[in-house]
Write a protein that binds this ligand. Structure first.
Ligand code: UDP
Length: 328
């Protein structure tokens, strides 16, 4: 029997790729989005849409009342590290507040499982070794702090109310649907890979490299880029794994690339130079974030687009086909 899932932020970047994966598998996703960040064009025809704001308790309650749900996937959130350091209280109030309101409604409506879109920004370890899921939590940004607050709330909801949960800490989501249906379209765009691709295409000014004095091999920040379709697959697996207990997975390829190495990959894939200027550090950035995804891999997760150039290629193909993203 097809299962029914509520996907908050299902019109956003990672959420829309999960909605596609659920549909491909014959399940029934229902998208909840307020379109403050997500795009109507990212919601496939035929998918039920609840246009609602998670800040509105009445709307949240009405959405959950449309169950029963096999699980709720919670993506809807502000997600920019830099912005969170200019307006930290907004991040804490919106992300943490909305997350807790949603968890509370899930408990009241007896939703059995909750999957949280969490982040590597919980961590800040010295060195560049892979980070396991039980590494010390030390967010360097209000964005990371806001996600940690929701993870903590889930722990209590599990302990007291029996809500099963999975916290999926994405390292750097990147790339686009290999079938070309979906891609990355943030407004404004702040992420490295789409900005570098647009700079190579001459559609943006030169890319600004934030910080060249980090303790890394070339002085620029090291990140673990993970294909958005592989992330979606991990969500499907997490729902199965939760039958055996609460889940905390760090999701990445276990390979770190510096900002300069990403620019080189974009140059290889596009065949064009990436114009760039070197600049100061961006507030809130950790030096190196590389995942140890052991528990997810043990549960059967197999990233299919692990090579950096493959990730860049899917992003580039989508951008070429959709130079204005989902449209104006
Ligand atoms: N970055 C950069 N220039 C940009 C955007 C990002 O140098 O215009 C760097 C950023 O400082 C970080 C890495 O690229 O070290 C990845 O940043 P992004 O915003 O893509 O993801 P985040 O790591 O913040 O989730």
């Amino acid at each position: 029997m097809p299962r029914r899932f509520l996907v908050t932020g299902g019109a956003g970047y990672v959420g829309s790729h999960l909605v596609a994966a659920l549909g491909d598998r014959g399940d029934t996703p229902v998208v909840l989005d307020n379109f403050s960040i997500g795009h109507r064009g990212a919601v496939p025809a035929g998918v039920q849409l609840i246009e609602a704001d998670l800040a509105d308790p009445v709307a949240v309650d009405a959405a959950l009342a449309q169950g029963p749900w096999d699980a709720v996937f919670h993506f809807a959130a502000l997600s920019q590290v830099g912005e969170s350091m200019r307006d930290p209280l907004r991040y804490l109030m919106e992300n943490a507040g909305n997350g807790m309101r949603l968890i509370d409604a899930c408990v009241r409506h007896r939703v059995p499982r909750f999957v949280l879109s969490s982040t590597a920004a919980l961590f800040n370890l010295p060195g560049d070794g892979p980070i396991p899921e039980n590494a010390p939590i030390d967010p360097q940004s209000a964005y990371g702090e806001s996600k940690w607050a929701i993870e903590r709330a889930l722990r209590w909801a599990s302990q007291v109310h029996g809500l099963r949960y999975a916290c999926l800490r994405y390292f750097n989501a990147a790339g686009a649907d290999p079938q070309g249906r979906l891609g990355e379209d943030h407004r404004p765009e702040t992420h490295l890979m789409p900005l570098a691709i647009d700079a190579a295409l001459g559609r943006r000014p030169p890319l600004t490299v934030f910080g060249t004095d980090y303790p890394t091999r070339d002085g620029t920040c090291v990140r673990d880029y993970i294909h958005v379709t592989d992330l979606a697959a991990a969500h499907l697996l997490a729902v199965e794994a939760m039958a055996r207990g609460d889940v905390r997975w760090n999701l990445g390829n276990g390979a770190g690339y510096s900002v300069m190495e990403v620019l080189q990959a974009v140059e290889r894939v596009t065949g064009r130079a990436v114009p760039h200027v070197l600049s100061d550090r961006r507030a809130g950035d950790a030096s190196s974030l590389v995942a140890s995804a052991e528990p997810a891999l043990r549960a059967g997760w197999q990233p299919r687009y692990a090579a950096l150039d493959d990730i860049v290629r899917t992003a580039f193909l989508w951008r070429q086909a959709h130079p204005n993203g989902y449209g104006s």
